[in-house]
Design a protein around this ligand. Structure first.
Ligand code: S3P
Length: 418
């Protein structure tokens, strides 16, 4: 599908973005091994979360709307064939951890993009725990017992941390992960809410095997990483009155909002509340008097990894040379995001250069509508749509249907707000 996006002067309205993708995956996976039925309202309707739901069903779990029929910590059954994770790295990596501790073997497969992504980062530590695990293709699980250990991943990755902690639910002794930079902590927050013994001390997170996990009763908050596109777009308009309802504002997720604020964006929080240990608020954003440029290093990059494509769009409008570095992980996401954004924004007239671990962007530049390629990557399609809103003339985004991975209805929201 080709999406045509025309420039906008003003964005106005209130919207609810889809449920948080990271929390939705975890609620389906952990709810599946809880003792009894969980109620998980507001799950993401994106294709990635559907992939996790389909995998859990293939493992014998009954999932129906907001009901997740937990089978207990040892209740999963061997799947009849390979588990299809589609485009979802989170499904594949988290399930590799969960399934490494099962007495049966599972094979995890995915689409072309996912088949290219590195899985040794989970397979290697799982093997250190004693698991039967190999890649490619990704196969985990069997009779070997797991032993807890302490692991220091080289790359900051919530997916790797979560895979190890999920395997730790089936290991003898204590399993600990010491992160180089603190990443999103939804797995540890949810495990604690379910009654597991989780300890968090600075960058060290540890878990021991629980007897059982209590079912969940949660409203999944809106996905901050989806809200991020509107925070950026509204702040770049001549006029805007945008309210994003019920967005998750977990401190490990909002570094992008803090960066925008430091660049002069006016972002306000209203109605703060807590949902199963996760902070939630409505976010309001108005146009900004921009200060810049922006400088992001490895720590910054790790804490706003999913928002970096749209940060690149913002940087095209800042005065001076913006440097986004320490982001080589973007090369191994759903697409090579460093290349895809450099290509798309260059076609629109931006001065952007990708190097091995980031971008150098000289601004401000007036963007022009162009024909651009999503590279089949949801966050590239949405970041380029934000660029299109501030460009002169129409932009055509090829492969725009990929927004369905995390944000079905993105283009409807765009039309409503613009
Ligand atoms: C996610 C972690 C991040 C992020 C992804 C979701 C998660 O990946 O990019 O969209 O839910 O744990 P990494 O942990 O590999 O950086």
């Amino acid at each position: 599908m080709i999406a045509t996006v025309r420039p906008a002067r003003k964005l106005e309205g209130s919207i609810t973005v889809p449920g948080d993708k990271s929390i939705s995956h975890r609620a389906l996976i952990l709810g599946s091994v809880a003792s009894g039925e969980s109620q998980v309202r507001g799950l993401s309707n994106g294709a990635d979360v559907m992939s996790t739901a389909a995998c859990m069903r293939a493992l014998g779990v009954n999932i129906d709307g907001s009901r997740v029929g937990g089978v207990g910590i040892d209740g999963l059954r061997a799947p009849g064939g390979p588990l299809d994770c589609g485009n979802s790295g989170t499904s594949m990596r988290l399930l590799a951890g969960l399934l490494a501790g099962q007495p049966f073997e599972s094979e995890l497969v995915g689409d072309e993009s996912l088949s290219r992504r590195p899985m040794d980062r989970v397979v290697d530590p799982l093997r250190e725990m004693g698991a039967e695990a190999s890649w490619p293709p990704l196969r985990v699980g069997g009779e070997s017992p797991l032993r807890g250990f302490e692991y220091e991943p080289r790359v900051p990755s919530a997916q790797v941390k979560s895979a190890i902690l999920l395997a730790g639910l089936y290991a003898g002794g204590t399993t600990a992960v010491i992160e180089p930079v603190k990443t999103r902590d939804h797995t540890e927050v949810m495990l604690s809410a379910m009654g597991a013994a989780v300890s968090v001390e600075g960058l060290r997170v540890a878990v021991t095997r629980p007897e059982s996990l209590q079912p969940l009763d949660v409203d999944v908050p809106g996905d901050f990483s989806s809200a991020a596109f509107w925070l950026a777009a509204a702040g770049l308009m001549d006029a805007a009155e945008v309210r994003l309802l019920g967005v998750g504002v977990n401190p490990t997720r909002i570094a992008f909002a803090e960066t925008l604020t430091s660049l002069g964006f006016a972002i306000k929080r209203a109605k703060p509340r807590l949902e199963a240990g996760e902070p939630v608020a409505d976010l309001e954003v108005a146009p900004a008097a921009l200060a810049g440029p922006v400088h992001i290093d490895g720590t910054g990059a790790a804490t706003m990894i999913d928002e970096l494509p749209v940060l690149a769009v913002v940087a095209t409008q800042l005065v001076g040379t913006s440097v986004i570095a320490g982001a080589s992980e973007l090369r191994v996401k759903e697409s090579d995001r460093l290349a895809a954004m450099a290509q798309g924004l260059s076609a629109m007239g931006a001065d952007i250069e990708a190097n091995e671990d980031g971008w150098i962007i000289n601004g401000p530049r007036r963007l022009e509508g162009a024909r651009v390629d999503s590279a089949g990557d949801h966050r590239i399609a949405m970041a380029l749509a934000v660029a299109a809103l501030i460009a002169d003339g129409k932009t055509e985004i090829e492969g725009a249907e990929c927004v369905d991975i995390s944000y079905p209805g993105f283009f409807d929201h765009l039309e409503y707000l613009a």
